[in-house]
Design a protein around this ligand. Structure first.
Ligand code: BGC
Length: 416
């Protein structure tokens, strides 16, 4: 072969490999649209782009993912599923049951996922024994985020009982501050509500009502009390809460306009993104009454069945990147969550992250770890949405607490 011919072949091979690499890409549907979330997403984007996997962004705002799931359904119905989708708990199982998700077993076996992913997460990341999603993190929802300077100004220490919590909010309100930063959106109401359920009735009641959907628990006096606590909280939010995004509520605590926010630890991502440090400008503690328990949700990437081999390869590259220990640290430091692997040391995490990791392990060992209803880990989407409707209607004054508990029983029954 002449030298010229060799060079021509080399150039052709190079062109081919470049075109395969550039054809590799993932289209990712997700709801990470706030400042802190975007910063975390960037960690993943850059990781993949460094491996030659291009990223097409498909953001659909809205915590809990209800809106993202509506868009997803439309895309799949149109025969055009995204390659990778951020997904929570029962939704993953629903899509797997439809046969829509790719099988990640080979990669999972090669990388030994089974040994490092906690049982509570495998329950959602596997369907019928097969891996169908790669878990990115573990969030928990029963947190309060607090402005340290305001606490000091008002002479408040971290409340440990419901009464102390209410007294602290009263002090803030009396001093002219917003006591509780909240955004009136159904998923945010539900996020707060599940901590009221846990706080009033403890783990057994949470299990019976939110997970087992026992009508007696759903309609009980304890449930009425959980709704009454929501009414108390309603008295501490400002007049403009309706429709406000959760990250704007976090910003009120960050700016010292509001004392507390009850929100999952994605809120920490906003504080960190604003340059604040856990234990200094802001504090985190468990919603009073829920200490010792953790209500969790895990963001996972489910890969949809695609036929293009380059797209399949990109999916595997993404799943592999997500599960790498380095990524699990880098991403979760920014996101506010804790790693989805049990073999990651906590030393690089801040005070809230270390607390979150220790409490997650303790709750998992002690049987007090429960799936978050508001974030798709306690019951299927149909039930979750039915609960959202009742919780929000009550929060907006449509029902009193007794009626709300009765409506919850009916709504859950119809949704099943
Ligand atoms: C997700 C988080 C996200 C939050 C707010 C939750 O459902 O699990 O990752 O930050 O919603 O968007």
């Amino acid at each position: 072969m002449t030298l010229m011919r060799k060079l021509q072949m080399g150039a052709a091979a190079l062109a081919l490999s470049t075109s395969v690499a550039s054809a590799q890409g993932v289209e990712v549907l997700h709801w990470w649209t706030s400042g802190g979330e975007a910063a975390a997403l960037n960690v993943l984007k850059q990781d993949l782009e460094g491996q030659g996997v291009s990223w097409t962004d498909m953001p659909v705002a809205g915590g809990g993912g209800s809106d993202a799931m509506t868009v997803l359904r439309a895309r799949v119905t149109a025969g055009d599923p995204p390659t990778a989708v951020q997904m929570l708990g029962f939704a993953i199982q629903d899509w797997a049951a439809e046969g829509a998700l790719a099988n990640l077993d080979t990669l999972a076996d090669e990388q030994g996922w089974e040994a490092v992913v906690p049982e509570a997460l495998q329950r959602f990341a596997r369907y019928d024994g097969h891996w169908v999603a790669a878990p990115v993190n573990v969030h928990s929802t029963n947190w309060v985020w607090a402005n340290t300077a305001l606490m000091e100004e008002l002479g408040i220490s971290q409340p440990t009982t419901w009464d102390e919590f209410v007294a602290a909010m009263q002090a803030a309100q009396d001093a002219g501050y917003t006591a509780l930063a909240h955004g009136g959106q159904a998923w945010q109401d539900a996020t707060v509500f599940e901590s009221m359920v846990m706080g009033v009735g403890g783990p057994e009641f949470y299990q019976a009502s939110m997970v087992d959907l026992d009508p007696e628990a759903l309609g009980s006096d304890q449930m009425v009390e959980a709704f009454q606590r929501m009414e108390t909280l309603r008295g501490f939010v400002d007049d403009n809460f309706s429709g406000r995004d959760w990250n704007l509520a976090s910003a009120m605590v960050i700016n010292g306009e509001a004392l507390f926010q009850i929100m999952g630890d994605w809120a920490k991502g906003e504080f960190v993104n604003a340059g604040q440090t856990a234990g200094q400008e802001f504090q985190c503690f468990r919603v009073p009454g829920t200490e010792g328990t953790v209500t969790f949700n895990s963001d996972e990437f489910a890969m949809f069945n695609v036929s293009d081999p380059a797209a399949q390869e990109a999916q595997l590259a993404m799943a592999s990147a997500v599960m790498s220990p380095e990524f699990q640290i880098a991403f979760n430091l920014v996101k506010g969550s804790v790693p989805a692997r049990t073999d990651i040391p906590s030393d690089q995490f801040d005070a809230c992250g270390q607390m979150g990791m220790a409490q997650l392990a303790a709750a998992s060992a002690g049987g007090t770890l429960f799936g978050s209803m508001a974030h798709g880990h306690a019951n299927p989407p149909s039930v979750q949405n039915a609960m959202y409707d009742v919780i929000t209607a009550h929060f907006n004054g449509e029902y009193d607490a007794e009626t709300a508990a009765a409506e919850l029983v009916t709504a859950v029954e119809i949704a099943q």
